[in-house]
Design a protein around this ligand. Structure first.
Ligand code: IPM
Ligand code: MN
Length: 345
């Protein structure tokens, strides 16, 4: 019989509230014969204050024993900026080789956008997750002097670029429009830009059905606002992907509905799924947080584990819920109940 062994990290702020709804919908959508086992981990600000650690080796080993990880949000004003980001989130991405950072953007009916009209928005960003300027390859000399020099070297390997580009081609091939856009800055970033472009063009030969396109990252931010319909699948490096996916979320309904997956496609290590939003300590504990982004992240998790039909059911439930959403604000729990009711339906 089938089973899902899930590590759950509620985290800080609104994390526990939205994760509870994600789990509610997950339990409701799974067929009877699938056994769901969850184990909760208390990473985040509390653990950091109690032990001074963000993610110990033993913790990473414990997480490794699971099929996937569901994360709420990590971050609290009581912890200096960067400590949990680097010590927990980025550490996990590197340790578990989450090289595909998947961020879909879909403007669903009934959802408002700051863009004029109601443009067609339905694309996914495949952001590289383990290289670029995120590796910590840099340093500083003459620190604190007027002559301080800081370097932050972007690391791009042929291996790392090729595997994420290949993943993006495969995802484009599987979509109706079959279009893949490389976003980079090869007019300025000569070395990394050329590696990305060369690898992209070489892998393209193996996917003759996929239409390809190249856009500089600055121009891409214009198109995301003026003509988002032109995008189907985007592949880009870690930092460009970080920036354009915030913009993508902003134009397609905001962070209340933006989901993401930190994916290890070969399933050598567990992949981690999380809403794009943060821990929002200002509204924590008030039952105001929208759990939709977490619920959509659960759909990505299910698809990654091969439960495609269940993932679709969740996505359809979210679409229907948003389309029929009234004017009265609902609590976190009410939204979770509505979604769980729909997927069980
Ligand atoms: C994200 C976040 C992280 C990133 C931070 C918190 C390290 O902005 O997941 O997009 O830059 O990747
Ligand atoms: Mn970001």
């Amino acid at each position: 019989s089938r089973s899902i062994n899930l590590a759950v990290i509620p985290g800080d702020g609104i994390g526990p509230e939205v994760v509870a709804q994600g789990l509610k919908v997950l339990s409701a959508v799974l067929p009877q014969d699938v056994k769901l086992e969850t184990k909760e981990f208390d990473f985040g600000a509390k653990r950091y204050h109690a032990t001074g650690e963000t993610l110990a080796d033993a913790d990473a080993d414990a997480l490794k024993q699971h099929d996937a990880i569901l994360l709420g949000a990590i971050g609290d004003p009581s912890v200096p900026s960067g400590v949990l980001e680097r010590g927990f989130l980025l550490k996990l991405r590197f340790l578990f080789d989450h090289h595909v950072n998947l961020r879909p953007s879909r403007l669903l009916p009934g959802v408002s956008t700051p863009l004029a009209g109601q443009p067609e928005i339905d694309f996914i960003v495949v952001r590289e997750g383990t290289e670029g300027p995120y590796t910590g390859n840099g340093g500083t000399i003459r620190k604190g002097t007027p002559h301080e020099v800081a370097t932050e070297v972007s690391v791009n390997t042929a291996f790392g670029v090729e595997r994420v580009v290949r993943d993006a081609f495969a995802r484009a091939q599987a979509r109706p429009r079959k279009k893949l856009t490389l976003v980079h800055k090869n007019n300025v970033l000569a070395y990394a830009g050329h590696l990305w472009t060369d690898v992209f063009n070489r892998v393209a030969q193996e996917f003759p059905e996929v239409t390809t396109d190249y856009i500089h990252v600055d121009a891409a931010t214009i198109y995301l606002v003026t003509d988002p319909a032109r995008f189907d699948v985007i592949v880009t490096d870690n930092l460009f992907g970080d920036i354009i996916t915030d913009l993508a979320a902003a134009v397609s309904g905001g962070i209340g509905v933006a989901a993401s997956g930190n994916i290890n496609p070969g399933r050598e290590f567990p992949s981690m799924f999380e809403p794009v939003h943060g821990s929002a300590p200002d509204i924590a504990g008030q039952a105001k947080a929208d759990p939709t982004a977490t619920v959509l992240s659960v759909a990505l998790l299910l698809r990654h584990l091969g439960y495609d039909a269940e993932a679709v059911r969740i996505e359809e439930a979210v679409s229907a819920d948003l389309a029929e959403r009234g004017e009265t604000p609902r609590t976190t729990d009410e939204i979770g109940d509505a979604l769980a009711g729909r997927v069980a339906g």
